[in-house]
Design a protein around this ligand. Structure first.
Ligand code: PYC
Length: 403
């Protein structure tokens, strides 16, 4: 029985920390674990993934599971498209059911200006080979027959940006599959291991100080999302990021009547119906900076008011849970990805609300950077130094949140 249990475990129980690793990844969320997973494919297995909490307990476990690549800039669209494509094959590759439903993604337009912006985005997407186009109210209604599209509303629907490959995926399964894959390749996963400091000598990090002892590291990766400035500061690498909370909530299960993701920037809502029948809903990033993941009543009031305008059928649905997660916002709302001025300290940060959908491509790109010492072309536009050379990649307003 004991052997059976050992065989069936998803990953090994935490062992002692070794005194040194080729690669130490700080943060056992989707990005950190994806990096360990893809490092394995490049033959790099002397890897420790450290997390002060539990696996996937940060942003990976608190998002609204939306995947899409209909971004505003060519750099962003190309990058997130590569991620969606990896996600398409990831479940089969890992032998893990990720419940990925490419049910399509609709960004509603409620004004002429919004229609113009969506048309622009569709064109940027099309030039990157991404399936994304403008549709009118009749097609919107056909794709979401249960949604109220009448004209007698605060925000009538004039059309939408339709992105068929977008959809939803089971976020915990993504984390568990990646953790299992990384562990099977030899990477050690260390929950309950808080990084307290980084030892730096000249341009290199030499040691990672944790609550369980200090380890030497060949390369160190900061994959800590909302906490990335704290780890950056320990390395002497200040990151231009502010941390805010983003809230979400879920209703009790109801019978299936929505099989497309609905987003409205004007109403600041995005919602989908999960395989279990729950409506998963989110709204705006809160404007204040905090690490305190506490929700507010205002959020629930605004979100449910707007949701009910679109789906009055939910009037009596009860909310099961609400939660908040941390978002690491960069000045141009694009990520900060790759090398820093410290030779062996790399970052994946500044994700705002876009991090979960980027996990596989981040892992693949960081693994390549670690293995080759070279920045892959796909992530070159997202280098930290762009804030010093004024080469910003603005993804402002490429989501339902005002960032
Ligand atoms: O950008 O798709 C998105 C998103 C979903 C929730 C927050 N942002």
């Amino acid at each position: 029985m004991r052997d059976l249990f050992r065989k069936r475990r998803m990953w090994r129980p935490r062992g002692d920390l070794e005194s040194s690793y080729d690669v130490v990844i700080i943060g056992a969320g989707a990005h950190g674990l994806a990096t360990a997973y893809y490092l394995r494919q490049l033959g790099i297995t002397d890897v420790a993934v450290l997390d002060k909490g539990y696996i996937g307990g940060g942003a990976a476990g608190r998002n609204t599971t939306i995947l899409r690549s209909n971004y505003k800039t060519p750099e962003g669209a190309r990058f997130y498209d590569a991620s969606v494509k990896l996600y398409e094959g990831l479940g089969a590759e890992m032998g893990f059911n990720l419940l990925f439903s490419q049910c399509g993604h609709l960004t509603l337009a409620h004004s002429d200006r919004a229609m113009f912006v969506m048309a622009n985005r569709a064109e940027v997407n099309r030039l990157q080979g991404i399936d994304s186009h403008l549709i009118g109210p009749d097609e919107v209604q056909a794709l979401a027959p249960a949604m109220y599209v009448g004209e007698d509303t605060t925000y009538p629907i004039l059309g939408a940006l339709y992105h068929p490959p977008g959809g939803i995926i089971r976020h915990d399964a993504v984390v568990w599959g990646l953790a299992r894959g990384a562990d099977a390749g030899g990477a050690e996963i260390h929950p309950g291991t808080e990084v307290l400091g980084l030892d730096r000598s000249g341009d290199r990090i030499t040691g990672v100080r944790t609550n369980r002892g200090t380890v030497r590291a060949g390369q160190v990766l900061n994959c800590t999302a909302g906490w990335s400035t704290l780890i950056g500061d320990m390395a002497g690498v200040p990151l231009p990021i502010t941390t805010h909370i983003l809230q979400a909530c879920v209703t009790e299960p109801v019978k299936p009547f929505l099989d497309v993701v609905i987003v409205s920037s004007q109403m600041h809502v995005y919602l989908s119906q999960s395989d279990r029948g729950e409506f998963v809903m989110g709204s705006e990033i809160e404007p204040w900076t905090t690490y305190r993941m506490q929700g507010t009543l205002n959020f629930l009031q605004d979100l449910t008011r707007h949701t009910l305008e679109l789906f009055p059928q939910l009037e009596r649905a009860r909310l099961l849970r609400a939660w908040a997660g941390l978002c690491d916002l960069s000045p141009d709302y694009s990520p900060i990805l790759g090398r820093t001025e410290v030779e062996n300290f790399h970052v994946s940060a500044g994700w705002g609300t876009y991090g979960f959908k980027a996990a596989p491509i981040v892992g693949k790109m960081l693994a390549e950077l670690v293995a080759t010492g070279r920045t892959p072309d796909l992530i070159a536009p997202f280098a930290l130094e762009r804030f010093y050379t004024d080469e910003l990649v603005s993804e402002l307003a490429a989501a339902a949140v005002s960032h």
